[in-house]
Design a protein around this ligand. Sequence first.
Ligand code: MN
Length: 231
Amino acid sequence: MAFVFPPAAQPSVAVFESDLRFPVRRIFCVGRNYAAHAREMGKDPDRDPPFFFTKPADAVVDSAEVVAYPPETGNFHYEAELVVAIGKAGSDIAEAQALDHVWGYAVGNDLTRRDLQLAAREQGRPWDWGKAFDRSAVIGPVRPVARHGHFSSGAISLSVNGQSRQRSDIDQLIWSVEEIIAILSRSMTLQPGDLIMTGTPEGVGQLVPGDVCVVAIEGLGEISTTIGPAR
Ligand code: MN
């Protein structure tokens, strides 16, 4: 096939202890999946079924990279998250089979322009400008299920310049990985290369240029991001 100009490089994330990369197809994100975070965002955690937003595949950033402070925001936030990497296609996936579709897990940071997200939320507009901007999805090396198993519990934590900001446990997810895959696959056919960012616990807050933000999940290691000057 010939193109009118060279197509963009395939977005990808690292695979733990491997030279191979995991090719990214889409990034689905779960909103409000920890009760305490839903409350800090002014919402009732018990009433709403899960909802999703997306980021473009080429928003992915590896651990240890510098992310420039993004444009058009004065309230740039971190969000520590467990990331699920899908390795097998499926639609209408039953919860009992959901984990068969998981290739691996990673640590993620759902970078957010909170001021733009909240303005959109209040006006009933899409979240894209708050969530789906350039370099907004920091995702660490994916650990294959084949070698590291599944993750349904374990501490998740985030620090900024060595100071603790978020601390919870994966077992506090309102909607489990199995439930998220089952629900998402009713609306979209999941495909290999899809990533799911499963939501963040309480304690979200600001990043400014010069900050070093580290996210860790027990059993999945940690990722680090340095915030650079605004471009
Ligand atoms: Mn998030």
